[in-house]
Design a protein around this ligand. Structure first.
Ligand SMILES: Cc1cc2nc3c(=O)[nH]c(=O)nc-3n(C[C@H](O)[C@H](O)[C@H](O)COP(=O)(O)OP(=O)(O)OC[C@H]3O[C@@H](n4cnc5c(N)ncnc54)[C@H](O)[C@@H]3O)c2cc1C
Length: 370
């Protein structure tokens, strides 16, 4: 079998890339096995270039912001193509602190963001309560960040799958077990059932499993995240995403239009362990309740586990690889939902036109190798 382009991995990253390339006229086959721990349907869906930023990751902030700036058009186009909603909420994120050490961490975040040119509004606990009436009286201080939005990543994934199909992508369930090579060139993939697909270009979007079979050093590891979904039914939920420092821990609460509240998340180096733990769930519920006491009244609907694909720098690895014909789109770690539009655009432009702008070059450790 032959395809012009094979995309391996059908999470948000692979599916959006497949759609992007197919809508530019290429014949695309998307292969995925959607295994347990696939991050895309598990994530919280925050589009948080600012509040997800760490002092050591400021290079990533520019890519994050570039993707956020594309989100409204990306979502509108997808909705127009498919007639499906994606649950984009352009409401701000309110970041809050419980005790004095937490306030110090909030101050640090405000300083980092101000230094990076991101507008934030510093508020007292009382001002936070006016903005988020459900918040606990213990909250001492807050930051309002207008540009950190959210999307319903499950709706987005469904819409992207439909959009990919509409663009002509052939989706195949299967596990790729080897790359077909001709010297230093990747010429296709081999599947677990023994079948082979030759291709001009293979795009590798295999999330936390990226390092498995490529045959060169591709350092991506799984960072386990446990995350909860509560249903408020007739009770009120906050209108904005609330992130909190709670006695040294971090928790976030992300509202959905459906009345669901997503509470996350643990961050654990435990390899590919898919088991939720009593401790993980208990800590998240405890911290959520400290910030928003009403969460104790909601229905406990779901706990799920996903693997963030983390590179050593926590930035994505994008573009050319040491193998000609193999293009990488992996390592999106905590920001893969946010980075979906920019990744799809950059990789589609690379595959179709050979374009590789300065913005992307910083995220390729193999530059000059292939
Ligand atoms: C708890 C949690 C919360 C998160 N919250 C956010 C958030 O709020 N905002 C944000 O931007 N990001 C968030 N993320 C991160 C985000 O989910 C990921 O960065 C993103 O989903 C990665 O997408 P992906 O397509 O690269 O990987 P995945 O979604 O994991 O998809 C990879 C796919 O490749 C398939 N695959 C792998 N190897 C093979 C193979 N050999 N053959 C066939 N198929 C294969 C897998 O089965 C899988 O379906 C969160 C992640 C977690 C775990």
């Amino acid at each position: 079998m032959w395809a012009e382009v094979v995309v391996v991995g059908g999470g948000l990253i692979g599916t959006s890339i497949a759609r992007g390339i197919a809508s530019r006229g290429k014949q695309v086959r998307l292969i995925s096995d959607d295994r347990a721990g696939t991050a895309s349907p598990v994530a919280a869906g925050m589009l948080a270039p600012a509040t997800e930023v760490a002092p050591t990751e400021l290079g990533l902030l520019q890519l994050n912001l570039a993707s956020l700036h594309r989100y409204a058009d990306f979502a509108a186009e997808l909705a127009a193509d498919t007639g499906l909603p994606v649950g984009l909420r352009k409401t701000p994120t309110v970041s809050v602190a419980v005790d004095s050490d937490d306030v110090a961490r909030l101050d640090d975040l405000a300083e980092i963001l101000a230094g990076a040119g991101v507008d934030v509004e510093r508020t007292t606990g009382r001002q936070v309560r006016r903005r988020v009436p459900l918040i606990a009286p213990q909250i001492r201080a807050g930051l309002i960040i207008d540009q950190d939005w959210s999307v319903d990543n499950r709706l987005l994934w469904s819409a992207l799958r439909a959009g990919a199909e509409a663009a002509g992508v052939t989706r195949q369930t299967g596990t790729v077990t080897a790359l077909i090579r001709d010297d230093d060139r990747c010429t296709g993939v081999e599947l677990a059932d023994g079948s082979r697909i030759e291709a001009d270009t293979v795009v590798w979007a295999t999330g936390a499993w990226a390092g498995d079979i490529v045959g060169f050093d591709l350092p991506v590891r799984p960072v386990k995240g446990q995350i909860l979904r509560l249903k408020a039914h007739q009770l009120p939920i906050p209108e904005v995403t609330v992130r909190a420092f709670v006695h040294g821990f971090e928790v976030y609460l992300v509202p959905r239009d459906s009345g669901e509240l997503v509470i996350g998340a643990t961050s654990e180096d435990r390899g590919f362990e898919t088991m939720p733990t009593a401790g993980g769930v208990g800590d998240l519920l405890r911290d959520a309740r400290a910030v928003l006491p009403i969460t104790a009244e909601y229905e406990f609907a779901e706990v799920s586990v996903g693997f963030r694909p983390a590179s050593a720098s926590h930035s994505p690895i994008l573009g050319p690889s040491p193998l000609d014909g193999l293009i990488l789109a992996v390592g999106h770690h905590r920001n893969g939902v946010l980075l979906t539009p920019i990744t799809a655009e950059l990789i589609a432009n690379l595959v179709v036109d050979g374009a590789w702008p300065e913005l992307a070059a910083a995220f390729n450790p193999y530059q000059g190798v292939s």
